[in-house]
Design a protein around this ligand. Structure first.
Ligand SMILES: [Zn+2]
Length: 220
């Protein structure tokens, strides 16, 4: 029977960590992208815990850099604390300056796809969510780009078909199952995932007020 070799885009956050647990029997290769953000070391610390617990393939780190012209000081400044109650709400100003990176998912996926092709990995799993009700209720988070939508995955798969020597398919298992973050967390609990060993904030130390922190507080 065909058994694909798989990799998982892993950030140490809730969604991709649950993916690692769900697909542990396929011995996935976790891939993390280090683009110089201050939260990266924390993300790796979280991931290493799960990799050890699950006895899966070692973490593959892809190092890239984003241009100086990206206005994202919050992601790269240690001890950066958003000083407003709703730091990400003013999306055309603060959010952009603090953590939005133009083309982030597109660029990271392109690197990860190339890694998979070079290592004959057949499927690259991403933790994009199907239901976004929690986000929609919250703020304007998803309005900036569609770079974790089903259409985005389809387009990247078209590119993958023509741009690589080995065919790599991007899969978003939470789309396939029509899962929202609530469903993902429920599955994680069922699988015994230690959510204390996940990190969701954009900043270091954990700010407690960004969208990720608020959603985490509400749902976990
Ligand atoms: Zn935060």
């Amino acid at each position: 029977m065909y058994k694909p070799k798989i990799a998982v885009m892993a950030t140490g956050g809730i969604d991709s960590t649950v993916l690692l647990h769900m697909f542990k029997d396929s011995n996935p290769t976790p891939i993390s992208v280090d683009y110089g953000h201050v939260a990266f070391a924390k993300q790796v610390e979280m991931l290493e815990h799960h990799i050890k617990t699950l006895s899966i393939n070692p973490l593959q780190i892809i190092k890239i850099s984003f241009g100086e012209w990206q206005k994202t000081k919050g992601l790269f400044t240690p001890n950066y604390t958003p000083n407003e109650n709703k730091p990400l709400e003013d999306w055309d100003k603060l959010r952009y300056q603090d953590f939005f990176i133009e083309g982030r998912n597109m660029i990271m996926l392109a690197y990860a796809l190339a890694y998979c092709s070079a290592n004959k990995i057949d499927e690259l799993l991403v933790g994009y969510l199907y239901g976004e009700e929690e986000w929609e209720k919250r703020r304007t988070y998803k309005l900036m780009t569609g770079d974790n939508s089903p259409q985005f995955v389809d387009m990247m798969n078209l590119l993958s078909n023509v741009g690589l020597s080995h065919q790599v398919r991007i899969r978003a298992p939470f789309y396939e199952r029509h899962w929202s973050k609530k469903d993902v967390i429920a599955k994680g609990k069922e699988l015994g995932v230690n959510f204390e060993k996940t990190y969701s904030c954009y900043f270091i130390p954990e700010c407690g007020v960004c969208d990720n922190c608020l959603l985490r507080k509400e749902l976990l």
